[in-house]
Design a protein around this ligand. Structure first.
Ligand code: PFF
Length: 443
């Protein structure tokens, strides 16, 4: 068995976790789901969910990872609860499921990056999305995205992931902030800010059955919870890290980037007179492409923007692939590069149907949000709150140097409040899926 690596620095861990969290979930899914579910009302519920549910749930994953120093499946055995390994397996399956269609969107991004260089979408931005979003060529770009992801994971924790994310994360913020400032100058964009930032609370009371489960699952997706990613990343941590502080920084930063992306996308949409709820998964791409095609220096802006999105998507995808890779490398005598390549191939094949047919893609996304994400997080919460219990508290208190951690408050929140909220999300999500498996509007 290969010797286990550790993070080179504490900031390396935080940046990698942020790199995992910040991705297509912030820049594409978040504006897309916000637009689908009515704008600012969704934002309010999402922010609440990220802080009140996402943060405690992230701590729960960190506790499992650091205490066991093992991959997501072996962690449960390592902690002495062999029977609970299925929790890790549900996480693995959820991660696999999501990465399969995530890499399809990653492929779209690469395509748009090239499209910006050559100006390919400038004549017909809406039509362009239609031609690139599914079909054989989509499969080729999905494969390309997967291949890059495999390449980075193959180099291992310090050489690959840590170095890559150190560059990726700061550049994402700088570029998005620049674009947000630029978007603020667009005529007609003001309506976009209203849609995004000024909630009509009656929307929440009327549509809570849709808004709540999607907002909670969006928080999980965006914070990389329920997929073993945070368990895996924190398993490379030393005992001197303050988990509470780390998770707070990660949640705050991730939310900031999501809101920043909204501040780019919504003024753009409204400046072009695009109705944000229409257009489904492609709306964000179409509206951005439209903007770049009309703007002076649009090619350059397009390359910069899609370059940033690609970086963000890659730093997330590598964390998902790392989950499974670390499981195999920890347990079997197989090298990292071979493991990463083999798994990349399986993931690629699983994603092919989503690349070929947007209806399949939409269904994968709906199942992840409605069932897999809340189920997976729920199991982690039950395990940490009721099984690991005092051991979890003990782990949380390590590395805090006597700074009060509010550990018991956290534990009881996990045991009761958060657990019930996630259970409710799961019930609503599954009901929603049963009523309408397509859930999301057709693209
Ligand atoms: N959090 C990532 C995003 O918002 O794009 C997506 C993601 C990465 C989900 C890693 C899950 C994961 F394990």
């Amino acid at each position: 068995m290969a010797e286990r690596e550790v993070w080179g620095t504490r900031i390396g861990f935080i940046l990698a976790a942020v790199g995992s969290a910040v991705g297509l979930g912030n820049i594409w899914q978040f504006p897309f789901k916000t637009a689908t579910f009515g704008g600012a009302a969704f934002l309010v519920v999402y922010l609440l969910a990220a802080v009140a549910i996402g943060l405690p749930a992230m701590l729960a994953e960190f506790v499992i990872g650091r205490r066991s120093n093992l991959n997501v499946v072996s962690a449960f055995r390592g902690l002495g609860y062999r029977k609970w390994r299925f929790v890790g397996i549900v996480g693995l399956v959820t991660g696999f499921w999501i990465l399969s269609y995530y890499s399809v969107v990653g492929g779209w991004v690469i395509r748009y990056l090239f499209g910006s260089l050559t100006g390919a979408y400038f004549g017909d931005p809406a039509g362009y999305f239609g031609t690139i979003s599914s079909g054989t060529i989509t499969v080729v770009f999905q494969a390309l995205f997967m291949a890059i992801t495999v390449g980075i994971v193959a180099f291992g924790i310090e050489d690959g992931i840590e170095k890559a994310t150190k560059v990726m994360v700061p550049s994402i913020v700088v570029l998005l902030a620049g674009l947000a400032v630029w978007a603020a100058t667009l005529p007609g964009g003001g309506e976009g800010y209203r849609f995004f930032l000024s909630p009509d609370l009656s929307d929440i009371t009327e549509n809570w059955r849709d808004i709540v489960p999607f907002a909670v699952s969006q928080a999980f997706f965006s914070l990389s919870l329920g997929m073993g990613a945070m368990i895996t990343y924190s398993s490379y941590l030393g005992a001197d890290d303050n988990l509470g502080q780390d998770s707070l920084s990660i949640v705050a930063f991730n939310t900031f980037v999501g809101v920043l992306a909204g501040l780019v996308v919504f003024p753009l949409l409204f400046a072009q007179g695009v109705e944000p709820g229409e257009g489904g998964a492609g709306a964000v791409f179409i509206s951005l492409a439209q903007a770049f095609s009309e703007l002076p220096a649009g090619r350059l802006l397009g390359v910069v923007f899609f370059g940033v999105v690609l970086i963000a998507a890659l730093s997330s995808a590598i964390s998902l692939l790392e989950v499974v890779t670390s499981y195999v490398v920890d347990n079997y005598d197989v090298s990292r590069p071979v493991t990463a390549s083999g798994l990349g191939l399986v993931l690629f094949l699983l994603g092919v149907p989503s690349a070929l047919d947007i209806a399949v893609f939409t269904w994968f996304d709906a199942v992840a949000y409605g069932a897999l994400l809340p189920l997976s997080v729920l199991l982690v919460l039950v395990f940490v709150g009721w099984v690991l219990a005092d051991e979890a508290l003990d782990e949380l208190r390590k590395g805090t140097n006597g700074i009060p951690t509010l550990g018991s408050v956290w534990l009881w929140t996990v045991r009761v409040v958060v657990l019930v909220a996630v259970l409710g999300t799961l019930v609503l999500g599954v009901q929603g899926l049963a009523e309408d498996p397509g859930l999301l509007p057709p693209v």
